[in-house]
Ligand binder design. Sequence first.
Ligand SMILES: [Zn+2]
Length: 61
Amino acid sequence: MRAIKKIKCPICGKEAEWEGNPFRPFCSERCSLIDLGKWADGKYSVEAEEAKEEPEEGQDD
Ligand SMILES: [Zn+2]
């Protein structure tokens, strides 16, 4: 008996086969392209982290 390795697509969450899947870790070409697009858009960049610095309204001086 041979177990078929399955992965969960990080984009849509669908289960996809690992072996013979040229788009892994995604389920399909579409999802791999979506992921690629995210990177290209810079959505994964550090910008989200940097925007968090809010000036404190304290009485420091
Ligand atoms: Zn997918």
